[in-house]
Design a protein around this ligand. Structure first.
Ligand code: S3P
Length: 198
């Protein structure tokens, strides 16, 4: 077969129809994990970035809900936090070894040492910083987050997790007073500079 007959590799453009065909489709050299407390904007930032860069984004909680055919709230009620964390680690392993994507993680992903190892070994980690008050204002229904509690509790949890988020983070982005578009643009710049998004 001559070079001219060789099949052209197909790259699917994941962006909204209006944006398809515009700009360059990028690729990720390794999985990119968004970590940070609930309400930091991990899911919406990953989605925005996926659209503008033409790469795939996946939300871990949604992935878990689909795989288990149960809502997160229901998993906590039936299997407890321990059961949920065990599932979370299995799914993280699966996603970390799969094709490179933007992966928004649940806020507690950094709690298990095994998870922190996986994140550091296989991924590039973006830590989105948020305060408890701002997180609460961004979450429309806190009842879907069994561990959010009240503002004081949330603040304590954020402080307790801070060293763990910092341990895994390749970069940290302050989300205070910003929308997901601006955060996504900063993340894209950092990923390009680090050679993770090409
Ligand atoms: C959790 C955060 C939630 C979800 C679960 C536990 C946590 O995800 O995984 O309720 O321990 O912080 P989001 O951070 O996406 O809300």
């Amino acid at each position: 077969m001559s070079e001219l007959d060789a099949p052209t590799p197909q790259v699917y453009d994941f962006r909204k129809p209006a944006l398809r065909g515009r700009g360059r489709i990028h690729e990720l050299t390794r999985p990119v994990f968004f970590v940070g407390f609930m309400g930091a904007g991990k899911t919406s930032t990953a989605r925005k970035l996926a659209r503008s860069a033409g790469v795939t984004a996946i939300d871990m909680d949604t992935y878990i809900e689909r795989r288990c055919d149960m809502k997160i709230k229901q998993i906590f009620a039936e299997l407890g936090e321990k059961g949920f964390r065990a599932i979370e680690t299995d799914m993280l392993e699966e996603l970390a070894l799969g094709e490179p994507r933007l992966i928004s993680c649940g806020g507690g992903i950094v709690l298990a040492e095994r998870n922190r190892q996986i994140l550091k070994e296989h991924g590039f980690v973006i830590y989105l910083m948020v305060t408890a008050a701002e997180a609460a204002s961004r979450i429309s229904d806190v009842s879907t987050r069994p561990l959010f509690g009240n503002l004081e509790q949330a603040q304590r949890v954020i402080e307790g997790r801070l060293p763990l988020y910092e341990e895994v983070a390749d970069i940290a982005i302050d989300t205070a007073g910003r929308g997901s578009g601006s955060i996504a643009r900063e993340a894209q710049r950092c990923l390009q500079e680090a050679g993770i998004l090409r």
